[in-house]
Structures are given as structure tokens and as C-alpha cells.
Design a protein around this ligand. Structure first.
Ligand SMILES: CC(=O)SCCNC(=O)CCNC(=O)[C@H](O)C(C)(C)COP(=O)(O)OP(=O)(O)OC[C@H]1O[C@@H](n2cnc3c(N)ncnc32)[C@H](O)[C@@H]1OP(=O)(O)O
Ligand SMILES: CC(C)C(=O)C(=O)O
Length: 552
């Protein structure tokens, strides 16, 4: 890298628009969406999609609710042409969906593009040519006027080819490619010249698509450019302003959002941001950003995993686990304080019982995207007691008392540090069993027992193996638990003071079990926890006492 990058690069010029309006606007309704997955997305792949992959992707786009779908570049070759003409011929295009095709502004390519659409009920033909200085100079070697002529001549072919096929409802789209790096007045001049040929009306508007072909500036500059263009283009009511952002600086989504605030009507992009180089604007993110502000994006993204699966299959590019809304890890917290807040958030949500979503660290309800809550909290050495307790509750239905969560968390932390890996639900349950449930190293093991007594006094009479030798014990107390504690204390067992006791059912119906949690203080002032699980709640509490005695 250069120590002085200014020798090689220049700051991007800003737009002179002191009375810009977009910063104080918000997005309050869904735009028209166009998916260019099968065109911009496809042309950027190592292995472009074959007809089977394109068909599967097309069906997904229809299912998601896209009403405008750029299906390819028909003049690129037979694969593209046959797929597009096949879609039309086989009647795969729903009546409320318009397919779109892209063509360079060259007569033979435009004619071929129209041929691919023969018989379509409705279609959008998208014409483009680059207009910015570098492309004029380097790619075309042409003046401004000559570049404008490319667009105008192409538009004439569009007009004439459409006129030959009156049974199709044609719409036209023109992209001054490289718009964001071109002089604004020149883009307006070229677009206006194209409009002079195609004569759009309010009822049959032209789509003027304004690409950030290569993203070269902060998104506010793009928004200024869009607002400037919208104010300057003649016959604005007959124009649909469309955005087509790329992500070279990592702000393709932000640019599209600010572009909408700046007055655009339509957004082009790809599901999950595939596309040339760093990708196109990610339509899923823009739509769900809208959704989380309470605006219906009019796209159905309720099965995000199906979307990911199909996109990965068709593009052969894995979706990054941190991809907004869709990545594998985006609703997962490993860290203790995040887990604690999420757990409390779910509890508060359930207690409030209204529809408003307010769960810390989760900007959207994963269930809205078809995701379960299972993966919301996962445990490793960065986790805390709340996260561990959550996993145990989700997996085994155990709701540990707060102070016991801290006790158990120490066992899990030791295991996580020792293993240096994520702990799954089975690991956590194993740690719980070792910490509190009967095991080989235990001194006291319950064989059977009876409970007798009347008028406020309970008597525990039981057979308990102590250090492997079966003994008959009995003890009295004002309840069963104190009876068991008394029985143990009389026979070499520890002296235990009960500090806290709680119990709850696990599951419902015939298979339901009960769990008892007991917090005790030992004679030497330590706190020990005991847990008992049994189909009978009284037996669970007896087991909990023995569990505490074993830990004492
Ligand atoms: C920003 C975008 O994503 S635009 C879409 C890009 N997508 C694609 O290119 C995928 C499909 N493309 C193709 O299959 C081929 O490029 C084709 C069929 C379109 C053209 O192929 P070829 O005729 O071999 O030309 P090639 O691809 O090399 O294109 C370069 C020529 O097109 C000219 N050209 C480029 N864009 C345009 C345009 N929009 N209008 C008119 N001419 C153009 C260039 O100036 C160059 O002309 P030259 O050969 O006289 O110097
Ligand atoms: C053809 C245009 C819209 C394009 O893909 C781009 O500029 O990125």
C-alpha cells in the first residue's frame, strides 16, 4: 500500500444540493422490486446457472413474491436464449409477473432479445450503455454526443421491435450504466433523449434505472444524485426511478435505502446480495430492514432457510453465517451478557403477552423467518449462567432457580475451558447429571422409603445404601424433607439446613415428571445444591435431599 494514497486516488466529488430533502424522509412503503439474480447474479458466477438451476431459482422468486424478474441476457448465447424462450413457451410465468431481459445497445443484440420474448404477455426490455467519463474515454473512445447516440439508436430499435409485436404488453427500461460516476447533467440529457424516442406516459412509464455500477462514494452521495436526477428529469410522472446498487464499499444496501428516501420508486438487486464483484444490493436485507420498522415489504421471506438453500444451490456460493437475517449465526448469542438479556427478553415478552417485539439483541423475531428459538443461545467459554439455564430449559424442561444457575454455570464453565469448544445440549445435560444426579461416587443412594405421621409431624422410614452398605433409616420432621435430613444426620450423614426449596413439573400428561431443587447450608457454612427427578413429586424431594447430602 502507498504511504500517500492521494498520489493514486482522489476523493469522490460531492453533489451541490444544499436544499436536499432526503435526510429528513423515512421509508414508509415498499418499492417495486426487481430481482436480477438470474442476470447480474448469474453473470458473476464461476459456473453460470444451467436451465435447471435457473428454473428452480425462478420458481423461488415467484414464491417470494417478486413481480419483476430479470431472467437473463438473451443474446449472450443459447443457454440464456433457450431458458427465456422456454419460460414463455411453457407458460411458467404467472400473469402478475413481468420478466425482464437485458441487452447492450446494439441492433443485432436487441433484435435477438425480442425474439426470445416472442409470445410473452408482458415483458420489460432493458437497454444499457455506459455514460461516465472513464467509459466514454477508455471503453468506447467516444464523445458525449456519440455516447448519447448509442442510447438513442438503441431506443429506436426497442420502439420498432416492440411495434412489430403488439400482442405483448411492452415496458422499457433504460440504464445509463455507471450513472453514479457520471456527470448528472449528462445522465439526464441521455435519459431525456431516450424518452423522446420511447415517449413514456403516466400510464405507460419508462423505467430509468440509475446504477452505482461500481460503488465509489458514501451512500449519501448516491442519495444526492438520485434526488438531483428526480428533480431534473423532464416528465417525471412518466418515469419510474429505479435503483441498482453494488456493494464495492460495503454499503450497497445503505445506498439503496437512502436512494428510496431520495425519491426512487423501484429497487433492483439479488437475494442475499449475489452479483458482480462484491455483489448487488441484497434485496432480503432491504426488505427485512423495512419489515423491522413496521412496513410491509410485500415480499414473503417467511422461509429464510429455503431461500438460503436455493440460492446456495444455484450459485454454488455459500451464504456467510453473518449475512443479515439469513446467516446461520445471526440469531445466536454465545456471550453471557447477550444470553442473559435475550432470556429476560423472552420472559418479559411472554409476560406482556402483546404483539410488539422487544427482545434485546434480536432486532427481529426469528420465528417470522421460519427460524426456531433453539439456536438463539449456544454455549461456549464466553457464556454465562443465563445461557446455560436456557439450553437446559429448552432441552430438558428444567427451570433452575436463579442461585442454582450460578452454581451449575461453574461446572459448565470448567468443562468449556477444558474442552475449548462449543458445548451442545448433550454436553450440558452430561455436566448436570455429573453435578447433581445419582452417580457411582455418591455416598448415599435411595433404595425405597415410606412416609408416615400425622398432625404436623412427618416420619421418613427408608432403606438407603450408605457407602455401598444398605441401612434402614428413620427420621422425624415437620415435613418429609426435614424427616429425611434428620434420618441422614442420625446415621453419619451431614447436618443440612434448608435455605430454599422449589419444584415443578416437566412435561405434561402420563409421562410427566417432577423435579425438586434444594439449597442447603452445611455445618461448616458451605452452600450445596441437591436435585431430584422422579415421576412422583414427594420422591423427587427425597432424592433432592440425598443429592444435597452427596455434595455436602
Ligand atoms: C454492468 C453490467 O453488468 S452490464 C451486463 C454485462 N453482462 C454481460 O456482458 C453478459 C453477457 N454478455 C455477452 O454475452 C457478451 O458480452 C455479448 C454477447 C453481449 C457481446 O459480446 P461481444 O460481441 O463478443 O462483445 P464484448 O463482450 O467483447 O463487448 C465489447 C464490445 O461491446 C461494446 N459495448 C459494451 N457495452 C455496450 C453497450 N451497452 N452498447 C453498445 N455497445 C457496447 C464495447 O464498446 C465493445 O465494442 P468493441 O468491440 O467495438 O470495442
Ligand atoms: C446493466 C446495469 C444496470 C448494471 O448491471 C450495472 O450498472 O451494474
Amino acid at each position: 500500500m502507498l504511504r500517500d494514497p492521494s498520489l493514486k486516488y482522489r476523493p469522490f466529488p460531492t453533489v451541490d444540493l444544499p436544499d436536499r430533502q432526503w435526510p429528513s424522509r423515512t421509508i414508509t412503503k415498499a418499492p417495486r422490486w426487481l430481482s436480477t439474480d438470474l442476470r447480474d447474479g448469474n453473470q458473476a458466477l464461476i459456473d453460470p446457472m444451467d436451465a435447471e438451476k435457473k428454473t428452480r431459482f425462478f420458481d423461488l422468486l415467484v414464491k417470494v413474491g417478486l413481480k419483476e424478474i430479470e431472467v437473463g441476457f438473451p443474446s449472450a448465447g443459447a443457454t440464456e436464449f433457450d431458458f427465456i424462450s422456454g419460460l414463455v413457451r411453457d407458460g411458467r410465468i404467472p400473469d402478475d409477473v413481468a420478466i425482464q431481459v437485458l441487452t447492450q445497445s446494439r441492433r443485432d443484440l436487441i433484435e435477438r432479445s425480442f425474439e426470445s420474448l416472442e409470445g410473452a404477455k408482458t415483458a420489460i426490455v432493458h437497454l444499457y450503455n455506459a455514460v461516465s467519463p472513464a467509459w466514454r474515454k477508455i471503453v468506447f473512445g467516444m464523445t458525449r454526443d456519440e455516447v448519447k447516440t448509442i442510447a438513442v439508436e438503441g431506443a429506436k430499435v426497442l420502439r420498432d421491435e416492440a411495434a412489430k409485436r403488439p400482442n405483448t404488453r411492452w415496458q422499457f427500461e433504460y440504464s445509463p450504466e455507471t450513472f453514479s460516476t457520471a456527470e448528472l447533467d449528462f445522465s439526464v440529457e441521455v435519459c431525456a433523449a431516450v424518452m423522446d424516442v420511447l415517449r413514456p406516459t403516466v400510464d405507460a412509464p419508462i423505467i430509468l434505472n440509475l446504477p452505482a455500477t461500481v460503488e465509489c462514494a458514501t451512500p449519501n452521495v448516491y442519495a444526492d444524485q438520485i434526488e438531483w436526477f428526480g428533480r431534473s428529469i423532464p416528465n417525471r410522472e412518466a418515469v419510474v426511478i429505479s435503483l441498482h446498487t453494488h456493494n464495492d464499499r460495503g454499503t450497497g444496501v445503505a445506498a439503496a435505502e437512502l436512494g428510496l428516501m431520495a425519491g426512487a420508486d423501484r429497487v433492483e438487486g439479488c437475494l442475499l446480495g449475489n452479483g458482480e464483484r462484491t455483489g448487488n444490493c441484497d434485496l432480503v436485507t432491504v426488505a427485512l430492514n423495512m419489515y423491522t420498522q413496521g412496513t410491509d415489504p410485500r415480499l414473503d421471506l417467511s422461509n429464510i432457510d429455503e431461500i438460503v438453500k436455493t440460492v446456495e444451490y444455484a450459485t454454488r456460493i455459500p451464504v456467510h453465517p453473518r449475512t443479515p437475517y439469513a446467516g446461520d449465526l445471526v440469531f445466536t448469542a454465545f456471550s453471557g451478557s447477550h444470553q442473559d438479556a435475550i432470556k429476560k427478553g423472552f420472559a418479559a415478552q411472554a409476560a406482556r403477552n402483546d404483539t410488539l417485539w422487544e427482545v434485546p439483541y434480536l432486532p427481529i423475531d426469528p420465528a417470522d423467518l421460519g427460524r426456531s428459538y433453539e439456536a438463539v443461545i449456544r454455549v461456549n467459554s464466553q457464556s454465562g449462567k443465563g445461557g446455560v439455564a436456557w439450553v437446559l430449559e429448552q432441552d430438558k424442561g428444567l427451570k433452575l432457580p436463579k442461585r442454582m444457575q450460578a452454581d451449575f454455570s461453574r461446572h459448565v464453565q470448567a468443562l468449556a475451558d477444558e474442552s475449548s469448544r462449543e458445548l451442545n445440549a448433550a454436553d450440558i445435560w452430561g455436566a448436570f447429571e455429573r453435578a447433581y444426579l445419582p452417580g457411582d461416587a455418591d455416598r448415599f443412594e435411595l433404595r425405597d422409603y415410606e412416609e408416615t405421621g400425622a398432625s404436623g409431624e412427618r416420619v421418613f422410614v427408608g432403606r438407603v445404601a450408605i457407602d455401598g452398605e444398605e441401612r434402614s433409616l428413620s427420621g422425624r420432621g415437620n415435613g418429609l424433607i426435614s424427616g429425611v435430613i434428620a434420618a441422614l444426620a442420625d446415621s453419619t450423614g451431614p447436618a443440612l439446613d434448608v435455605v430454599d426449596y422449589s419444584e415443578h413439573a416437566i412435561g405434561h400428561g402420563a409421562g410427566a415428571q417432577a423435579v425438586a431443587y434444594l439449597e442447603c447450608r452445611t455445618g461448616d457454612g458451605r452452600t450445596v445444591w441437591g436435585v431430584g427427578i422422579d415421576s412422583d413429586i414427594a420422591t423427587a424431594s427425597v432424592r433432592a435431599v440425598l443429592s444435597a447430602a452427596n455434595r455436602a
